[in-house]
Write a protein that binds this ligand. Sequence first.
Ligand code: NAD
Ligand code: GLY
Length: 371
Amino acid sequence: MTPKPHDATTRVDVALGGERAYPVLLTDELPGEPVAAELARAVPRARRVLVVTDDHVAPLYADAVVAAIAATGREATALTLPHGEETKALGTIGEVVDAALARGILRGDALVALGGGVVGDITGFAAAILHRGVAFVQAPTTLLAQVDSSVGGKTGVNHATGKNLIGAFWQPRAVVASSRVLGTLPAREVRCGLAEALKHAFLEGEEAVRWCRDRVAALTTLEGDATRALVARCVRYKAAVVAADERDHGVRATLNLGHTFGHAFELLLGYGALTHGEAVALGLVLAARLSERLGVAAPGLEELVVDTLRAFGLPHDPDAADLPALPALIDAARGDKKAEGDGVAFILLHAPGRPEVKQLDFARIAALLGG
Ligand code: NAD
Ligand code: GLY
């Protein structure tokens, strides 16, 4: 049975060319029917579907998604992983692949990622390697996954020595983001998503930063119109960057603003101590500070970043006594994906809307930030 098309409030296309283009659909419905309908449209030949989720999301939404897919005549089952960043490890990929093969998933079948960025990154990577690539659909349930990680096809897992060191580019066939599921997100996870959204705003430009700052109360309480507009805005921005540089050889690197030190904070504190967004927030402050000290940004950029993060209740003091000190951060950053030899491709900001990727030696970064 082909389900009737659902009403998306917004559709953004990720224009990768030809059959590889895919839609990001924002809907106010719960994910069940929209995901089932989109799966039927995007992967019509799939007979079996494995819905990968985590143990926070499963009791809330997985049964409805599995039932809606089954109602389209497909065999659907769920695999529930433990929640949290620790799950984003190579061993979990083996578990997902084992489950998919045990349930008879063949090359023409599909996976669905129902969860936050952790589930999305894991499921996408498992889909990339299973049968040398099966289709998958992203059904992001966190604000972070809706504004960022579900779009663009970066998939993968962490290694003990660093974040996202193992992975693949593997684009979803569709992304279906339900605003309704954000209602069950803990407040801290909402702020985590807002940190990535603010990163986008600083990349997009002054107007975007102002737009966010004018809506602090509405965005932190997930007021409907403001949140819908924020997700749409971030998805449009990211879709354009990904369309321009899918494989991260140029402009896409700028999406890593705040991530060199963000990943270092996560690694040093242990995954889970800070959310990914909180770590990125601290990384944004250090990126702004470094930009000022190099003289590429006018004085005041760091203050603007700090002020904005503070307004959203996000960490904004990378010098706090309970955080790792600069030498440890620099050491950790040496393991970053963007590190090369004694340096790193660092994302600087001349001003909101004017990022630059610059190769910098760690010694220079240490000297500039140490003073
Ligand atoms: P997450 O997936 O760990 O989700 C955060 C928490 O919220 C988890 O405990 C989860 O169980 C819970 N949760 C999810 N949806 C819920 C809901 N609707 N209601 C209640 N609880 C819910 O974390 P995240 O912040 O979504 O994602 C972070 C990950 O995303 C990191 O691993 C990061 O590296 C990755 N990431 C990837 C990309 C990319 O381009 N692939 C971009 C940014 C971040
Ligand atoms: N989150 C960085 C990227 O998608 O390139």
